[in-house]
Design a protein around this ligand. Structure first.
Ligand SMILES: *Cc1c(COP(=O)(O)O)cnc(C)c1O
Length: 365
């Protein structure tokens, strides 16, 4: 028997839940967008109707994140994983070194990819603590000549999140914000470049947002293929080649939804409330549930935990699945349990999960 949407609480890690209102609007407009007589998917990316969609998405993102004028906003493809390569290809010049903070699987992937491009160095790492924490700000070292410092604002797999970002002075700070962008207000001026695959907090997979200081991208490498240069995409306002038009359109609908909810400040309040519900159950369980992250580094997007025995953990995941809780298995590389509670996951979904967890403990604890 097929399930209805209302049968399911979607805690997927990515691609992840989208706001129902955004999906309903996409459905409404699917066959005939705005009286154009066709779907957004069928339109030229050079048409006036698509250009308006494209520009509106950029404007809304600028408004929601208060992105200053001196930054370019790009809609690219290839996921955050392509950014692992594009960042060093553009900004890691020969003779320079880029510094990376290792906080988990995604940071390590970014670091390894950069190693294939040029000279890199570990600025700080919490690997010895099994990536259960974000380093303190004084563990993070930069050298005046560093090409940039790369961090991962939220480690989606381990469930740890930077609470305060390091001040890197003249060294540009680069952040992979794939799994927490738009979940809290930001001071974009702290960063040289921010990138985020859309499929966690912004929209469907297929589009990656890059926010980059325009004067920095103008100093980037020119001896790399045009398609890999940020400057190519900036000059062409992300219309150098055919962009993922439907993904950008859907991202725009998600941004409109965020705006109606009250913007990123409202997203932050909700995230804190949702996370507090789940961490509350973990902390009050007397060790039946065990949070993976050190409390000071806990993510408000990915709540990672285990149960007191492997057998109970297996039973928990199985029963949760039966009860309609989807996506609670930890990443295949680490196991355990993970509830991803991105912007589109409702407070009610989190209340239902918290209640299920308490009930499971009452029955099996
Ligand atoms: C999901 C994720 C990625 C990988 O994104 P792709 O779009 O699959 O390349 C990279 N970094 C972080 C922090 C992520 O959460």
């Amino acid at each position: 028997m097929g399930k209805a949407r209302t049968d399911v609480h979607n805690f997927n890690a990515g691609p992840a839940a989208l706001p129902l209102e955004a999906l309903e609007q996409a459905r409404e407009e699917l066959l005939n967008y705005g009286g154009s007589g066709m779907s957004v998917m069928e339109m030229s990316h050079r048409s006036a109707a698509y250009e308006a969609i494209h520009n509106r998405a950029e404007e809304l993102l600028r408004e929601l994140l208060a992105i200053p004028e001196e930054y370019s906003v790009l809609f690219l493809q290839g996921g955050a994983s392509l950014q692992f390569a594009m960042v060093p290809m553009n900004f890691l010049a020969p003779g320079r070194t880029a510094a990376y903070v290792l906080t988990g699987s995604w940071a390590e992937k970014a670091y390894k990819e950069a190693q294939t491009v040029g000279s890199v160095r570990v600025s700080a790492s919490t690997k010895d603590d099994n990536f259960r924490r974000i380093p303190s700000l004084d563990e993070v070292r930069t050298e005046p000549g560093d090409a940039y410092l790369h961090i991962t604002s939220n480690e989606t797999i381990g469930g740890i999140q930077w609470q305060v970002f390091p001040d890197t002075g003249a060294v540009p700070l680069v952040a992979d914000m794939s799994s927490d962008i738009l979940s809290r207000p930001l001071d974009v001026r702290q960063f040289g470049l921010i990138y985020a695959g859309a499929q966690k907090n912004l929209g469907p997979s297929g589009v990656t947002v890059v926010i980059v200081r325009t004067d920095w991208l103008e100093q980037a490498a020119t001896n790399i293929p045009a398609i890999l240069r940020y400057s190519t995409h900036a000059k062409n306002r992300s219309l150098y080649n055919t962009p993922p038009t439907f993904a950008i359109y859907t991202l725009g609908l998600v941004l409109q939804w965020v705006q109606r909810q009250g913007g990123v400040a409202a997203m932050q309040r909700r995230s804190e409330e949702k996370a507090a519900l789940l961490y509350g159950v973990i902390d009050e369980s007397g060790g039946f549930y065990r949070g993976y992250a050190e409390p000071a580094s806990r993510s408000r997007m990915n709540v990672t935990f285990g149960l007191v025995t492997p057998e109970l953990e297996k039973a928990f995941l199985e029963e949760a699945k039966q009860a309609g809780f989807v996506g609670l298995n930890g990443h295949r590389s680490v196991g355990g349990c993970r509830a991803s509670i991105y912007n589109a996951v409702s407070l009610d979904d989190c209340r239902a999960l918290a209640e299920f967890m308490r009930d499971f403990q009452r029955r099996r604890g």
